[in-house]
Design a protein around this ligand. Structure first.
Ligand code: SF4
Length: 366
């Protein structure tokens, strides 16, 4: 099958398979890929609106026993710089964030085996009760598997208790590349691709919404990327529990993997992956562009490659910072970046409900 047939199939609403996706990724001109992704984006979200969320990404502990070789954030118990914050401490910081207008707290930590399951439930319950302005968007699949191990409860039972405590959404971190060939090399203690999918499947079954992420730019091949897109698309067919897909590139600074992969993936690679994601994931409403992980200008350009969302303001972020990658913004700048790229901006919730719109300023007549 040639590229023209595949493109025609996409334009007429057909779903492409792995083999066709590989041909597109390897042979399609970047701008043609972007144009096609743009057509699909506007068919799904017809106006020139780009959403963003006012969020922050604090951490409650950096102690972790999973030892992923792409991670610069974690410490072992007793290492210099290790920490675990109390629930009181976290609630205080959530209140401060809420006072700054934050509506989503994306909270993750290491997988700390010394924390009891009660700690996590307390965090959720107290956030819901004491800081109702924010939505607790807490705990990656690795932490949820860790909760199952410390409590002796099954994954569905852990998720049900988090739900009963008031949690409704889960961040999509921890997926990296959903290919066991890659996972064995970069995160051998983290569990398999099926483990990540299983937590997400059980969560969606209960009613949670989550994002799906992908971290590329390390040891994966093109085939691994397409395998990732394929398993995520299949799971989305089951419960439609993913709100958005969020790809980002590996940041090597201070990680053990830096010795093998010392460089960042290119912006071109980012646009290719973003556009292919929009085309392949025909059952996803939102594809996120990341001003944060790819840089502000790259994030603006990404809005022309199928993305309709600009991610969050991330007022606090420590994981990429540990890898010597620091990027900051605020609500005003975020709106300005979206306008500058030629789009109307809209502040949204974790669940993509629009809170406030910021149309582009009127052009001044010459
Ligand atoms: S990525 Fe997460 S699970 Fe892996 S070492 Fe870092 S903190 Fe631990």
């Amino acid at each position: 099958m040639d590229l023209r047939d595949i493109t025609q199939q996409v334009r007429s609403g057909g779903r492409i398979d792995r083999e066709q996706a590989l041909i597109m990724l390897q042979r399609m001109h970047l701008l043609d890929l972007g144009e096609l992704a743009g057509e699909i984006r506007y068919a799904r979200i017809p106006d020139r609106r780009v959403t963003f969320v006012v969020d922050t990404n604090p951490n409650y502990t950096n102690i972790c026993n999973v030892d992923c070789i792409f991670c610069a954030f974690y410490r072992h118990k007793g290492d210099e710089g290790e920490y675990t914050w109390s629930v009181d401490h976290m609630i205080r910081s959530f209140r401060e964030s809420a006072d700054k207008g934050v509506t989503t707290i994306l909270l993750q930590g290491g997988v700390n085996p010394e924390l009891s399951f009660e700690y996590y439930l307390d965090l959720v319950k107290r956030t819901v009760a004491e800081v109702p302005q924010v939505m607790p968007h807490f705990f990656s699949t690795s932490e949820i598997i860790g909760m199952s191990e410390v409590s002796g409860l099954t994954i569905p039972a852990v998720l049900q208790k988090l739900w009963d405590a008031g949690q409704r959404t889960i961040p999509g971190g921890g997926a990296e590349i959903l290919s066991d060939r890659v996972k064995k090399k970069i995160s051998s203690k983290k569990g398999t691709s099926a483990d990540w999918l299983n937590v997400m499947r059980e969560a969606h079954r209960i009613g949670f919404k989550s994002t799906a992420t992908m971290m590329y730019g390390h040891l994966e091949t093109d085939e691994d990327i397409i395998e990732h897109l394929d398993v995520v698309r299949s799971l989305q067919d089951e419960h439609h529990g993913f709100t958005a897909f969020v790809p980002w590139s590996f940041k090597p600074g201070n990680t053990p993997l830096e010795k093998i992969i010392p460089h960042y993936a290119t912006a071109t690679r980012y646009y290719q992956i973003l556009a292919l994601s929009r085309i392949y994931l025909d059952n996803f409403d939102h594809i996120q562009a990341s001003w944060f992980s790819e840089g502000k200008k790259a994030g603006q350009i990404a809005l022309n490659f199928g993305a309709d969302d600009f991610g969050g303001t991330l007022l606090e972020e420590n994981v990429h910072a540990a890898a010597k990658f620091v990027n900051k913004t605020n609500t005003e700048e975020c709106i300005g970046l979206i306008h500058g790229a030629g789009f109307d901006a809209a502040q949204r919730t974790t669940l993509y409900e629009v809170l406030k719109t910021y149309p582009q300023p009127e052009a001044v007549p010459a």
